[in-house]
Ligand binder design. Structure first.
Ligand SMILES: [Zn+2]
Length: 219
């Protein structure tokens, strides 16, 4: 049996990725990580809604990063989430060190425990400048590491590594992905704030793709 596992945040990119993998393998499973992010509740609720809609089983993995000494504005008790443009300085504060490396490692270990298969991650081109663990070179290294480091030769697939966010939105339309249900806001309110860096990036992606944005924003 083909075994596919999507690292699934509930955000826009991974929602399109989940719809893409689901189209190829109806048995795909999602893995959501709750690591003490400020937007954890809203993000997790969105993830569950999308998985319900797509009829995908979602496993939730708890990682108490803050308790372990991780520092990031994205975490509870971290500094305030910067508002304004999606610029380098404000975004650097939202880096959670080695988050993708940790999530990929856990997902690979679980897939190996089940007999092997493929882990999918939705990191995309726009993430690269700020987040070292979203870059192609890093993901390529992880691909080799999970393959070499598991007897089952677990595969890692990152199809959006060279894609823009607007290209992902266009693909989402083609696939009929429930993008409206996805959640991007780093502030974690019930609806998108519309002014944090990720909300702005989300708005811009729909605009650039020339696709109607059905997201509800505060501003
Ligand atoms: Zn926001």
């Amino acid at each position: 049996m083909q075994r596919d596992l999507v690292i699934y945040s509930g955000g826009l990119d991974s929602t399109v990725l989940l719809a893409k993998v689901k189209a190829a393998n109806p048995e795909v499973k999602a893995m959501h990580f709750s690591y003490g992010q400020k937007h954890s509740t809203s993000e997790c609720q969105a993830a569950l809604k999308v998985c319900t809609q797509l009829n995908v089983f979602m496993q939730i993995i708890e990682l108490p990063f803050a308790q372990w000494g991780f520092k990031s504005a994205l975490l509870e008790h971290g500094e305030a989430i910067p508002t304004g443009d999606y610029d380098e300085e404000s975004l650097k504060k939202t880096v959670v060190p080695f988050r993708n490396g940790i999530m990929i490692s856990i997902a690979a270990g679980i897939v190996a425990s089940q007999g092997g298969g493929t882990v999918h991650i939705g990191a995309h081109a726009g993430d690269h400048a700020i987040y070292p663990d979203c870059r192609g070179a890093f993901l390529h290294s992880m691909q080799q590491a999970v393959g070499e480091g598991t007897a089952e030769k677990v595969a890692l697939v990152r199809p959006f590594v060279a894609a823009s966010k607007s290209a992902i939105v266009k693909l989402g339309v083609e696939l009929g992905a429930p993008m409206k249900l996805s959640y991007s806001c780093y502030k974690g309110g019930e609806i998108h704030c519309g002014e944090c860096a990720t909300c702005r990036e989300r708005k811009q992606a729909f605009k650039d793709a020339d696709v109607t944005d059905n997201t509800e924003y505060e501003k």
